[in-house]
Design a binder for this molecule. Sequence first.
Ligand code: HEC
Length: 438
Amino acid sequence: MNHPVWDIPFLGSGWIIGLISIIHVSIAHLVVGAGIWLAVMERRAQAAADSELLAWLWQRAKALLWLSSIFGAGTGVGIWVAIGLVNPTATQHLIRAFVMGWAIEWVLFAGEMATLVVFVLAYHRLRPNQRVIVAWLYALCAWLSLVVINGIITFMLSPGQGWTTSHAMWDGFFNTTYLPSLLLRSSVALALGGLWAQAGCPLEPSLRSRILRPSALFVGGGVLAAALSGWYYFQSFPAPTRALVLGNLQGSTGLAQGFRWALFGLGAFLVPGLLALWARLSPASFRRPVALLGLLLACWGFGGFEWIREVARKPFVIRGVMYSNGIRVDQVAAFQREGFLAGNAWARAFAASKGDTDLARGEAIFRAQCLACHTREGYRSLRALTASNSPEDNVFIVQGLRELDPALNPYLDRMPPFAGTEQEAELVGKYLASLKTR
Ligand code: HEC
């Protein structure tokens, strides 16, 4: 790990990724569900020779093209830029471990775009059955891209014993949380796709029920399946992670607020469920703005779930392999023995640029090891967390972080061990103390 550290005041680096991701994953899952919905509805409308509905579906396909090509792809690139800047070491590691996976993902995305462009631009030139085939091809490419990315995301939570020894891509890919996560994500995709259809439903009463009734099945079925697979997914978590999540739900640490927020997020799925019932039972009285609200709530709930997943992985970025600050588990011993500054060229250069004082060295190590989760003042502020500590307390805490035995270091479930010598821990402790007077 010799990359520069991006210092983002107040918000912290994690939130930069988080905010872009919440938008991106919502759109990415929505287009998967909407693709399946489009194929099903196109087939239905053709079978009923419903030209009014067919014309509307074509409009929806255009909207879907805008959504996925501009916002989906734009935020997808945004995530790459953000993770590359925030955690270059982990990004490098994920690219290396999954080169083939990323390549397949790219081909699938190109397929997604190509089939949707064909569906929209050649709609009137294609024969009806060709349109259905193109719509299904689009849905398949979109879902398969979820199948691929799911392997890489679940790997970060549960890389598995197989991969740790073999380093073979598929051993990491098909890990213990792979299947439950895929089921959960597919269910959420169906619900979001149905909600999107409901939110864009036209005002004419006659068309309305022909759209709302089948779309409600997507929403209701998706929400039910998401609840069941969500439970299955949680059961598949590595045991310490489950305990961490439950402990936080009971409010034992400061993370609890975030978990509660996410729980309300799951509650947000109840609202879409009720909306589905309404749309199914009384389409004439259904209102579009309410559906839009339901869609936003569902995206929020989904953001809460993603947030739980991120936090459940802490203090790792790849569980058991690499900590959130980019230091690999197998590097800690050497850094503790020989020193972090001795082994990290960026930290040395940073300290030198500030006169190589003790404080500058402390700050260099602090940036490299602590900014992944803390800010000085703002999100998880270290100035606030150490406000009542004496300088000796701070030195004592950071030196305590060097301890690798969980019985002696109670922070190990949320913070990486300090990867440096006893003297370097003292430098960081003194730097923390200096935050008070800035
Ligand atoms: C993987 C994320 C992560 C990293 C990296 C991290 N911390 Fe923390 N730290 C936490 C969390 C989570 C808490 C608990 C926050 C709370 O209670 O609000 C915490 C709490 C603390 C506290 C308060 C402890 C207490 O008992 O009140 C201190 C001090 C602290 N961290 C210092 C550091 C220092 C110094 C570093 C770098 C060497 C560091 N942290 C790196 C996640 C992290």
